[in-house]
Design a protein. Structure first.
Length: 85
């Protein structure tokens, strides 16, 4: 059994794109920030679009990553180290 991870971590800057699901055509091309992403709902993300105050939920195929937040320095240093003692 594998652990499912959300496709976009919280804080990721995204752009909405058209997918197979019907959606409001005015949303296509708008940008925002992922504010809700959990491993329990790995196929969708809660996004706060620029200029809005309500969270909208999108499927992972409806979003394109624009900018990922940087890792904190301690975590980046841990990735650089080898896994063996």
């Amino acid at each position: 059994m594998a652990i499912a991870l959300p496709p976009f971590p919280q804080g990721t800057r995204i752009r909405v794109r058209r997918a197979d699901f019907p959606m409001d055509p005015g949303l296509v091309g708008r940008e925002g920030v992922v504010i809700h992403a959990t491993p329990y709902e790995e196929a969708r993300a809660g996004v706060l679009l620029d200029g809005e105050t309500e969270t909208r939920f999108f499927g992972a195929v409806e979003l394109v990553e624009v900018e990922r937040p940087p890792l904190d320095p301690a975590r980046a240093a841990g990735r650089a180290r080898l896994a063996r003692p």
